[in-house]
Design a protein around this ligand. Structure first.
Ligand code: IVH
Length: 666
């Protein structure tokens, strides 16, 4: 063969092999024997070895694992990766629909229903049809680049099938689940058992363990699969059902059990059927994903917290087991809350050994009437710490005493108090050792400062040696402090200081989350950071400034305001800032409403007020609570109130709803 012929032959082989890969791994069809396919692959491999200039990254030979990585790089998702709220019953489902109807009264919903596979969510980015990045969900905003590993999965196309709609876009994003069949899962565990290695808990852990590790050879050795379930890129799809059709024509496997249901009755019927089929399916499912089928409605329904309002995970009943409560004690959290915890006789539930269950609070203990020595039913769903759902009272022997919340903190002996109107009991000592330690643990934890090598054990040691008391002290540690300590040598001291130093530049959202303010979780920290942009702006915020931010409830507003006005916290923040560079959140300068503010009065007819505010913010604008001369626009709906008169007096621009809609429609 001359060079031209070689090139042609390579192209033919690639096409043929790709065709069989697709049939086999996506469509479950086998047209030629394994031996015949192997022989085609061998010929391609040999030719490419002779003519390496003809090797392309998407050749079937390039699915083999490359060099192990030193570490994962981070990828910022262009569309945030959300999670789902759970539902467990018809009642929950009806409530969900009622919530949506309140939000969009005029809408008529039908639902796309698909099995919820127990695996690892993955985002695939294709540029000009070729796979360029595969990333994990991470915190929803930023994930890890695991492309080298994902390339080894045969059901992931390295190249999209050419369909007309993708010719007009250069980037296509695909979402789906990487998972493992029950059979392959069992095979891996059998091997591990023989080798005396610890077993994997469930297929999801195994799938995650195979992807979130640095050696692609290991990934390749595991029989992983990919099922696509969403297409964040707009290719003109009007419904989720159409989205699945598009995914299939681009060359992805989708779940054949998906269906459109027109009512909650239909959904519940399918739920019943699925529960029966569940054990016979080749992969593990833990429920069903239900989403509003109409994409325009789905988008309008927006996001609440980390989950889209337009979808829900209808879970199968959690797994249960019975065991005995051996003791009840309390844990002191970083906000000083005392949480009762039951210590259980160890028992296996949903694949894991359970030794403890949370009892939440005193009300819960009274409701269950749980006492030490009781036989109880515990329940576990997913990764959540198990709950006690019932006490088997007939099995009670003797007269076990009811449990009481301790009067004094078990860690610092200070008085315990229950504030009016709250269910929680708190340690009253602002300097409670337990509280401080929990705060420090939280401060360095993965989603906060993420300081490698500074876990609870080391923190305990540093606190006991009086080397640290507040977060700021972490940044003044020196090698001389650490080297004399047990567990430290020069190298490990050096490493720890290095990882502390690496974290002295931090995003505002992480920083706010790390402070451990009550009610401020990761999600809210992001909202606050997006709103205030700089730490200074946040520190100067009044309760009213915080109150106007959608998605922040009154309890959080109160707790943030209290936190900020506490002189101790102000002092701590001042000390902390000296060691840190806190990154400013970039303003949405491209947002067409940046620099403007909106206020609404009267009833809107095309959207709810909440939805209107979200639109403004999505475009970089602000929303205000009262009419001031600084306000850019007052939007007037039906039956406006006194705000209109005031706006007119101050010369604020007044918009009708239609004018407003024109501004925010993109
Ligand atoms: S749709 C907003 N469909 O479940 C997230 N998710 O709890 C929309 N999952 O992170 C996801 N099967 O990893 C969707 N058919 C399916 C799914 C599915 C499994 C996972 C996914 C997601 C998690 C959400």
């Amino acid at each position: 063969m001359n060079k031209k012929e070689v090139k042609q032959r390579i192209e033919l082989l690639k096409k043929e092999i790709e065709h069989h890969r697709y049939l086999y791994h996506v469509r479950d069809i086998q047209e030629i024997s394994d031996a015949a396919l192997d022989s085609l692959k061998k010929e391609l491999f040999d030719l490419e070895q002779q003519y390496p200039e003809y090797i392309t990254p998407n050749s079937p030979t390039q699915r083999v694992a490359g060099e192990p990585l030193a570490q994962f790089t981070k990828v910022t998702h262009s569309h945030r990766m959300l999670s789902l709220n759970d539902a467990f019953s018809r009642e929950d489902m009806e409530e969900w629909v009622a919530r949506m109807e309140r939000f969009l009264p005029e809408a008529n919903f039908s639902f796309f229903v698909e099995p919820k596979i127990d695996g690892l969510a993955m985002n695939l980015t294709y540029k000009n049809g070729e796979l360029v990045v595969a990333s994990t969900r991470g915190n929803g905003y930023v994930g890890e680049d695991v492309t080298v590993n994902i390339r080894t999965i045969q059901s992931v196309p390295l190249q999209l099938r050419d369909i007309p709609v993708i010719r007009h876009v250069d980037t296509v994003e695909i979402r789906g689940e990487v998972y493992m069949t029950k059979q392959s899962f069992n095979a891996v565990n059998t091997e591990r058992e023989k080798a005396g290695e610890p077993l994997y808990m469930n297929p999801r852990n195994l799938a995650a363990g195979s992807i979130r590790q640095l050696d692609p050879h290991l990934t390749a050795s595991r029989d992983l699969r990919f099922l696509a379930y969403a297409l964040p890129t707009d290719l003109g799809q009007k419904t989720h059902a159409e989205e699945h059709k598009l995914l299939e024509s681009m060359g992805f496997r989708t779940d054949p059990l998906c269906r459109v249901c027109t009512s909650i009755d239909d959904v519940m019927k399918m739920y019943g059927e699925m529960q029966k089929k569940r054990d016979a399916l080749p992969y593990q499912i833990d429920g069903m994903v239900i989403m509003v089928n109409d994409n325009a409605l789905f988008t309008r329904l927006g996001v609440v917290g980390k989950a889209p309002r337009g979808s829900v995970a209808l879970k199968f009943p959690a797994e249960q087991a019975t065991t005995v409560v051996e003791a009840i004690d309390v844990q002191v959290g970083r906000t000083g809350v005392l949480t009762p915890v039951a210590h259980l006789r160890p028992v296996r539930v949903a694949g894991t050994m359970v030794k403890r269950a949370t009892l939440h609070n005193m009300d819960e203990i009274r409701r269950l009437d749980v006492r030490v020595g009781d036989t109880v039913v515990i329940q576990k769903a997913g990764d959540i710490i198990p709950d006690i759902v019932e006490v088997l009272k007939k099995m009670r022997s003797g007269k076990p005493r009811t449990w009481q919340m301790p009067k004094r903190c078990p860690l610092c002996n200070a008085l315990v108090q229950q504030p009016e109107g709250e269910v929680a009991f708190y340690c009253t000592n602002p300097d409670c050792d337990g509280k401080h330690r929990e705060q420090l643990y939280h401060f360095v934890s993965k989603h906060a400062f993420d300081i490698e090598g500074l876990g609870p054990k080391i923190i305990d040691q540093l606190v006991e040696q009086d080397l640290i008391a507040t977060p700021a002290d972490i940044f003044t540690l020196t090698e001389e402090d650490l080297v004399p300590l047990e567990r430290f040598a020069e190298q490990s001291a050096h490493n720890l200081l290095e990882s502390i130093r690496e974290r002295t530049t931090i995003s505002l959202a992480r920083f706010l989350y790390a402070l451990g303010i009550r009610h401020v979780g990761e999600q809210m920290a992001h909202t606050l950071a997006d709103e205030f942009k700089t730490l200074d702006a946040f520190l100067q915020a009044s309760a009213e400034d915080i109150d106007v931010i959608p998605r922040i409830g009154p309890a959080a507003v109160k707790s943030i305001a209290e936190y900020l006005s506490n002189p101790k916290h102000q002092k701590m923040l001042k000390a902390l800032r000296e060691h840190l560079t806190i990154q400013k959140v970039k303003t949405n300068a491209s947002g067409k409403l940046s620099g403007t503010s909106f206020l609404f009065t009267g009833a809107l007819s095309h959207m709810t007020r909440e939805e209107a505010k979200e639109r403004v913010q999505a475009l970089g604008g602000k929303t205000a609570v009262s009419v001031t001369a600084e306000l850019s626009y007052l939007v007037v709906g039906d039956k406006p109130g006194s705000k209109l008169t005031k706006a007119e007096k101050l010369g604020v621009t007044v918009l009708s709803e239609d004018e407003f809609l024109k501004i925010v429609s993109v």
